[in-house]
Design a protein around this ligand. Sequence first.
Ligand code: ADP
Length: 373
Amino acid sequence: MSFRLASISFLLGSLATGVTWLTVQPPLVRLLDAIQRHTPEGSPAREVVAQVRALLPYYLGLDLLLMAGLCFAVLHLAIARPLRRTEEAVEQLSRLELDLPLRPAGGPLLSRLERSLKRMADALLAEQALTRRQLAELREANLKLRRAQTELVASERLVTVGRLAAGVAHEVGNPLSGILGYLSVIRARAGQSPEVVELLGRVDGEVQRIDQIVRGLLELGRPARGSPGPVEVARIAEACARLLSAGPDFGAVEIKMELEPGAVAQAEQGPLSQVLINLLLNAAQAMGGKGAIRLAARRQGERIAIEVEDTGPGIPPEVMPRLFEPFFTTKAGGKGNGLGLAVSRHLLSAMGGELTADNGERGARFTVTLPAV
Ligand code: ADP
């Protein structure tokens, strides 16, 4: 850039000097000749004129140098420097760094170009903010879509499982009742052998477990039972908490109630109690029987929201998408069958309600919403 600038300056300097020389030199030479002619031979003035004539080519060279230097300085300040800054601004734009300095640095020649660059950067900045916002909205929508898809898959699976279960459960239910009956007869006749009593206890436990699974499956297949009516949520919630607080999982669990007295939901008492018991039991088990559960109910516009929030470890991200899948459980040792949340959601949706899960301040938070009365 500097070399090119120097060449152009030299060219312009030569041109200017050439033009000056061509216009000024003939009258000047003529003037000097006239002075020389009218000055007596051997006088000092004649000597000076002769010297000036001899020096004229050197003045020309000096003129050329001065003109080239001047052109270089002007071109550098007026064009090269602003151009370099503009180039830097364009490069900054190409790196999508859009916060260009407010004051144009290009001087009068390039200030219009810089102003339009600044306008372009501002427009790009606005466009970038819009794109970011749209991207965030898109991500949110995507997340919702994926959640809805998971729920759809889970509910489809529920319907299939429910249909299957309805058929199988009747067939399995009768022999199961029989087995339980025979077991109690055998226990009565087993006498005092502790080994047999213990084995019978284990068989009984396993059969009870099968019975529970079959009941759970039956719930999944059952269509809406009665017609929902006005239910005072605080009363049901208190009853469920009272029922569970004496149980083995609630030894060191404190249930903090935040129940709005006027919260009346359009629901069925039995299924709603079953859902709350499920959620409270899950919370107590997640905390290992030690901690606090917040049980809150309040009216939110046209809905009643019931929250069960614990101080346990929360729901891990890998568990979250599978939470409501039938038979999904992380509880080891046959403690869970993975039907609790699936059945709860099924029961609630039959009443026009919803069940959602997220992580609260410390542990997991399950939210039931029902139509308000
Ligand atoms: P189950 O209790 O038989 O495992 P659920 O459907 O009730 O079946 O629960 C499914 C899974 O959801 C549990 O195994 C557990 O991993 C997770 N879960 C449920 N409630 C909580 C909770 N309060 N905190 C953390 N994880 C939970």
